[in-house]
Design a protein around this ligand. Sequence first.
Ligand code: ADP
Ligand code: MG
Ligand code: MG
Length: 250
Amino acid sequence: MLKIENLHVEVDGKPILKGIDLEVAAGEVHAIMGPNGAGKSTLAYALAGREGYEVTAGSATFEGRDMLAMEPEERAAAGLFLGFQYPVEIPGVATLTFLKTSVNALRRQRDEEELSALEFMKLVREKAKDLDIAEAMLKRPVNVGFSGGEKKRNEILQMAMLAPKFCLLDETDSGLDIDALKIVADGVNALRSPERGMLVITHYQRLLDHIVPDRVHVLADGRIAKSGDKSLALELEEKGYAAFGAEKAA
Ligand code: ADP
Ligand code: MG
Ligand code: MG
């Protein structure tokens, strides 16, 4: 589903990713772990098409299509979703308005009929309830004044509403206490399906107790230093990142 080959990415002329190879098949959940500064967010941003993340070599295809040639909104329409490590605040735009606009924009791009106000409200109430998000929160501007945990739950609400083919989650666990972590993990697990791929970026092993990955990759200094099954996450927890050739220990 997602195939990355020899991906090199520069930010401000500085090489950050130095040859990433990664393949995620439909139905699989892969985890990327790595120390701070390894390039995890850079990988997520490059895949989403964020400005300033310059691909200097390599390729990334999504269902056989050249992702890197697509605009960010085309990648979203193709079914890619990125949950941000640092969710953006959008003053003046109510969360409900934001969600309805996003959902219907994607539906239009896919030549699907837009959801009516009633259909939308039914769907958002159901998904928000699963994520323990109060309706009052949905009336507030996107992420403005939200706690760290509320912002992360709001990211997962967006993902649940958009039901993307491929979920890319960048440190969705940071800022979550154990109860919120469980709610978020349940929300992510509810979206696991044979048709959907996921790449879950995390610094800590504990998220992977709840979202059990098929494969784990250690990203260190812009390269995949090691890949393995879920036991690799436990090994990392035990030995620290330094044991995997990472420049900075965890
Ligand atoms: P991680 O998510 O693994 O902590 P990042 O991808 O955020 O790592 O960062 C990798 C490296 O790229 C770091 O050295 C960081 O300082 C640098 N970097 C990331 N984004 C930018 C940016 N927008 N401008 C300058 N340097 C950046
Ligand atoms: Mg970081
Ligand atoms: Mg990061």
